[in-house]
Design a protein around this ligand. Structure first.
Ligand code: ACO
Length: 310
């Protein structure tokens, strides 16, 4: 039995904050942000919207897209580092909002690699026959853990959510392979500080990301019995355009095979890869039988990659 994505959804808050808006509150400028990161604008949730609300909007859309009903879902996995509260989990809040009465529910804390951890976990439960459908969500309200006085981090992040329903697909398709990893010794480079804000050693994270994204992408392809030449599309974690370009070069891919959605959303952590996937689908960039590499890295440090045959 093969597990794959049978429905997708996304949600981003309405409010757009541009680099020019940030120039008004920080000692920064559009040119610096664009050239160093690729970001032009990001979405910021309202005071009334928390992570579970973003998750719900994306999940409801994915369930509709999969043409199933919420009560058919056996397990809900929400990847997030910005839960509404310590507990109950966002997954449990989502279960209630969706009326997914038959679903077990838990959150996955793996920062920006969280959606990869979620997809890989879902694959196990579907392929073992334990659950027919698993809902995987990546949802973040990073604006609530952003120090808006720190130009080193405040310009980087945004809010949003993505969701995928994982179910059985035909032989040879779906999630062909996965690769997950962690290095707890690097936790000091990216963490939530005592003021409950993101603290980051940008240069260290940059070096780690460039190395790890390339290695994970190559390794997950090997596990699927594929090579660089087989890749039709690369969707890396949308953290920094320079890191994304480095992973594209590592796979020797032409420009048009790299998903670049960072300019619209900034870094949305666990939501970023799924948001980009949905945007590429909506733009008609992904065709049946395409081989797609998803790859992410994040605080922990963590990393994860998945090869999909669409
Ligand atoms: N506007 C203007 N100047 C700035 C800004 C800003 N927003 N931020 C920093 N600078 C200044 C710095 O103070 C520094 O000035 P100095 O030379 O006078 O000291 C200068 O710009 C250069 O700073 P660097 O840190 O060298 O800039 P760099 O080219 O490394 O880019 C960046 C910084 C964008 C943060 C980069 O290191 C990066 O993308 N790192 C990876 C970040 C990342 O991917 N994080 C993932 C987090 S995801 C998660 O798990 C939540």
């Amino acid at each position: 039995m093969n597990a794959g994505i049978i429905g997708v959804g996304k949600y981003v808050p309405e409010k757009v904050v541009t680099n020019f808006d940030l120039e008004k509150i920080l000692d920064t400028n559009d040119e610096w942000i664009r050239t160093r990161t690729g970001i032009q604008e990001r979405r910021i949730a309202s005071e009334n919207e928390d992570t579970s609300d973003l998750a719900y909007a994306a999940a409801a859309s994915a369930i509709k897209n999969a043409e199933i009903s919420a009560d058919q879902i056996g397990l809900i996995l929400v990847a997030t580092v910005t839960p509404d509260r310590g507990f109950p989990s966002v997954a449990c809040q989502l279960q209630e909002k969706l009326g997914a009465v038959n679903a077990a529910a838990m959150d996955v804390s793996a920062a920006c690699a969280g959606f990869m951890y979620g997809l890989s976990t879902a694959k196990q439960f579907v392929e073992s026959g334990s659950y027919q459908y698993v809902l995987v969500v990546g949802a973040e309200k990073l604006s609530k853990i952003t120090d808006w006085t720190d130009r080193n981090t405040a310009v980087l992040f945004g809010d949003g959510a993505c969701a995928a329903v994982i179910g059985q697909v035909s032989e040879g398709r779906g999630i062909l392979s996965f690769e997950l990893g962690a290095d707890g010794t690097g936790g000091k480079h990216l963490f939530l500080n005592d003021q409950k804000a993101i603290a980051m050693n940008g240069r260290e994270v940059f070096k780690f990301a460039v190395r790890q994204m390339g290695e994970s992408a190559i390794s997950v392809l090997e596990k699927a019995g594929l090579s660089k030449e087989d890749v039709d599309f690369l969707i890396p974690h949308q953290a920094n355009i320079r890191i994304m370009e480095a992973s594209r070069e590592r796979l020797n891919l032409p420009e048009e095979k790299l998903s670049k959605r960072i300019h619209k959303y900034g870094n949305t952590s666990s939501a970023s890869i799924g948001l980009a996937l949905v945007d590429e689908l909506e733009a008609g960039k992904i065709k049946d039988d395409d081989i797609i590499v998803l790859v992410g890295f994040g605080g922990g440090l963590t990393w994860g990659a998945v090869v999909l045959k669409w």
